[in-house]
Ligand binder design. Structure first.
Ligand SMILES: Cc1cc2nc3c(=O)[nH]c(=O)nc-3n(C[C@H](O)[C@H](O)[C@H](O)COP(=O)(O)OP(=O)(O)OC[C@H]3O[C@@H](n4cnc5c(N)ncnc54)[C@H](O)[C@@H]3O)c2cc1C
Length: 431
């Protein structure tokens, strides 16, 4: 084992924070540099006097194995959504639920007219099949688009359009369902095993917890510190890495590049790092809590058109997000939208008025707009085969980031651990 080994981690998103913690746990001297003034990367929240605004609508799947391993769910004080969704179109709302997990909505679901009885039966069959399918079988089997997969499985066009497009479009940020079916299968399976949730203090409680754990293990986490270059010399087992940032040069025995995909490509030159983006805009609105929507803690899916794709009463799910007397709604639009904030708000008002003709939304107030140009990397069929591995760069440099697996919190957390293991292997340290 190398004495007093030093590893630099570039980037303090979920992947970098997990890598830093595992390296520090193994006794390595770790310095993590994060370009922004806070850690978290794509998982950030802003807290005002009244509201918590996550930077884009985002949820934790509680059955993600890496999340269970890396996070303390109890300390995150998770607030869970009700399984299933409310499907809405002008003049109509209906509940589609998971009968195994929300028995109260069983009858509503059974008589839901948006999807056919055969689709409900196929959903249960798929649920059973996928619960017996391993992660490897999902990620390594033949691939095609979600739309083709659903059609080949026998689901109706109505199921694809009225439920899968807004629901899985919301997960993949791609309502056309052209994303790899592997993402569908993995998230469908995760949803039948667990819940979706947000921490009471906002989604950024996740990276805050990871940063505390990394620091408690001995890692130094430095913000406002942009890494400009990472130069490796020698081979993976016996080399070194020189990292430069703002006039300072840090010599290390190994480095982990845990930046967003574009920066990672610039820093390492690894061409296989995917940079095509999926974008979204989330707008937040407040109104008096006297008039809550009856969807409760369920997502409201827009089956009428794509704008917005989905709406949720976040304050019903996590009352801590807003004052007691106020509802905080979030509406998510897919893509990098050219419309102004006011135009997006007008679309939400029109959708809500159609879905809830009995409500007046006159006192609805737009309180925030979050535009997220790079939320996920694009995941068309066959994307996995083209991704870089953790060990793709030359020398003692490893990659950590969702783009080494698939675009998710789970893959980011998992990649951090794998990159730390690769660095420890370079340093001949056993984890
Ligand atoms: C709006 C939105 C919705 C999402 N929804 C979900 C969801 O519901 N469920 C789910 O599982 N996933 C979701 N995701 C995806 C998930 O958030 C990401 O896959 C994950 O956070 C990626 O983490 P990462 O550590 O790989 O990368 P990032 O979060 O991109 O972290 C990279 C870090 O590196 C820093 N950095 C960049 N360049 C440098 C440099 N030169 N020097 C130092 N630091 C640098 C960045 O500032 C950043 O902090 C969503 C993402 C967004 C944005």
């Amino acid at each position: 084992m190398q004495e007093d080994a030093t590893v630099v981690v570039a980037g303090g998103g979920l992947a970098g924070l997990v890598a830093a913690r595992h390296l520090a746990d193994a006794g390595v001297d770790v310095r993590l540099f994060e370009r922004e003034d806070e850690v978290g990367g794509r998982v950030r929240s802003d807290r005002t006097d009244e509201f918590t605004f996550d930077r884009g609508f985002q949820v934790l799947f509680t059955s993600y194995p890496a999340a269970e391993r890396e996070l303390d769910f109890g300390a995150l004080d998770l607030r869970t959504f009700t399984p299933g969704a409310c499907i809405a179109r002008p003049g109509e709302r209906s509940i589609l639920s998971d009968p195994f997990r929300d028995v109260t909505a069983f009858t509503d679901s059974l008589f839901n007219r948006e999807v056919r009885l055969r689709d409900k039966w196929l959903t249960l069959r798929l649920r059973r099949e996928l619960s017996n399918t391993s992660r490897e079988e999902i990620f390594e089997g033949p691939d095609r688009s979600i739309r083709e997969y659903l059609r080949d499985y026998g689901f109706s066009e109505a199921f694809a359009e009225n439920f899968a497009a807004p629901f899985y479009g919301g997960i993949t940020l791609d309502r056309s369902l052209s994303t790899s079916k592997r993402v569908f299968e993995y998230t469908f399976r995760a949803l039948s095993k667990g819940s979706i949730a947000v921490p009471a203090a906002g989604i950024a409680a996740i990276p805050r917890q990871l940063a505390s754990r990394a620091e408690a293990a001995g890692a130094a986490v430095e913000t406002d510190a942009a890494v400009e270059s990472v130069d490796a010399t020698g081979t993976a087992g016996s080399g070194s890495a020189t990292v430069s940032l703002g006039g300072e040069t840090v010599d290390a025995d190994a480095a982990v590049v845990a930046t967003d995909p574009k920066s990672a490509r610039d820093l390492t030159g690894v061409e296989a790092i995917p940079t095509a983006a999926r974008s979204c805009v989330t707008q937040y609105y407040a109104y008096p809590a006297l008039k809550r929507l009856d969807a409760g803690k369920r997502l409201i899916l827009n089956a009428g058109n794509a704008d917005p794709n989905h709406v949720v009463d976040l304050s019903a799910v996590a009352p801590e997000y807003a004052p007691d007397d106020t509802v905080l709604l979030s509406a998510t639009f897919l893509g990098e939208r050219k419309e102004s904030d006011a135009e997006l708000e007008a679309m939400t008002r029109e959708a809500l008025a159609g879905w809830y003709p009995e409500h007046s939304f006159a006192d609805l107030e737009r309180v925030r707009t979050e535009r997220v140009p790079f939320a996920q990397f694009d995941q068309p069929p066959g994307f996995r085969e083209r991704l870089p591995g953790v060990r793709s760069p030359d020398g003692p440099v490893s990659l950590a980031g969702d783009y080494t697996g698939w675009s998710s919190i789970n893959a980011a957390l998992e990649s951090g651990r794998r990159a730390a293991e690769a660095a420890l292997e370079d340093l001949q340290i056993r984890p």
